[in-house]
Design a protein around this ligand. Structure first.
Ligand SMILES: *Cc1c(COP(=O)(O)O)cnc(C)c1O
Length: 322
């Protein structure tokens, strides 16, 4: 397969309902429209292409039942090679089924991700196979950075040189890639609003401690944000770019998922909803400051359905009176 990227160029949507409610101009980068359901195809597509074209991989082995696994499965399909995804027993049937529909072979191993990942790494030592890490690789960040290359062109078409702020959820990998792209295009002064759920605030913990530290536990519906410890590279970016940290409750993320569905007829995971929530939550207003034009990354995610959204909302503890 020749050099073309595996991801789509995604629309930059003028979000009028959000503008009406916030008084800011809000432009949404619609990564939920990627064929794998999230931005992850940008970085993992880049890495998978490299492994196939330059390292002769005929089979890509990964260990995520979530959006990273889907991105690897999609990339393998487009590259004409096999994908073998090892998932732990905790991976829901719908996620396994979707990987199979994407053409991957799915193997269930272990109770938790680390066990599945250990097997994946072992299998990848077989001739012709390559292990694909889910995050934390320079080629992954370079692939994610293409999001900003597109933004530059799309903003120019609107007569804008740069936004006043960029909003995204963390993770870590997406932030590293977007900041790489922002610096490539000279957006060194544009604040990045990095949003986490309170139950997975590993970047905030790192900034407080002055180095990446492990959280005791992850407690959030935004499971795709749930790294116990933020990547070293993401922490380092906070030292050389104006990064403004925001933490919001799952409740706010869910409400934002719902509003996004109502506004634009699109479903996204709470991991994405939390970034959208930052546009409207009063507690995040300080981070946005007086920004008039805001770009928010609607990072997407396949681990959501109408039924799940409703079940999650019902399960939220009622607000205490008084
Ligand atoms: C993976 C993922 C994230 C977090 O990405 P990082 O690369 O870890 O920053 C956020 N939202 C969705 C939907 C994801 O799939």
């Amino acid at each position: 397969m020749s050099g073309g990227a595996l991801h789509l160029e995604t629309p930059l949507l003028e979000a009028l309902p959000l503008a009406a409610r916030t008084g800011r101009r809000v432009l949404l980068k619609l990564e939920s429209l990627q064929p794998s359901g999230s931005f992850k195809l940008r970085g993992l597509g880049r890495l998978c292409s490299h492994l196939v074209a330059n390292e002769g991989a005929r089979r890509l082995v990964a260990s995520s039942g979530g959006n990273a696994g889907l991105a690897v499965a999609w990339a393998a399909r487009r590259l004409g090679v096999a994908a073998h995804i090892v998932v732990p027993g905790s991976t829901p049937q719908v996620a396994r089924e979707r990987l199979r529909i994407f053409g991957a072979s799915v193997e269930v191993h272990g109770a938790i991700w680390n066990e599945a990942d250990a097997l994946a790494r072992g299998l990848a030592t077989e001739p012709g196979s390559a292990y694909v890490p889910p995050f934390d690789h320079p080629l992954i960040w370079a692939g994610h950075a293409t999001l900003v290359d597109e933004l530059v062109v799309q903003l120019a078409a609107l007569g804008l040189a740069r936004p006043d702020a960029v909003v995204l959820s963390v993770g870590g990998g997406l932030m590293c890639g977007v900041l790489e792209g922002m610096h490539r295009h000279g957006w060194r002064e544009v604040p990045l609003v990095a949003v986490e759920t309170t139950g997975a605030a590993s970047l905030q913990a790192a900034v407080t401690a002055g180095r990446p530290v492990a959280l005791a536990r992850i407690e959030t519906l935004a499971t795709t944000l749930g790294a116990l410890q933020v990547a070293e590279e993401a922490f380092r970016w906070t030292l050389r770019h104006p990064v403004r940290l925001v933490q919001l409750e799952d409740r706010a993320a869910l409400a934002a998922c719902r509003r996004f569905a109502d506004d634009h007829q699109l479903l996204v995971e709470p991991a994405c909803g939390v970034a959208l929530a930052a546009l409207e939550e009063p507690s995040a207003a300080v981070a946005l400051g007086d920004a008039r034009v805001v770009v928010a990354v609607a990072c997407g995610g396949s681990g959501v359905s109408l039924e799940l959204l409703e079940r999650w909302q019902r399960a939220q503890a009622p607000v205490q009176a008084g």
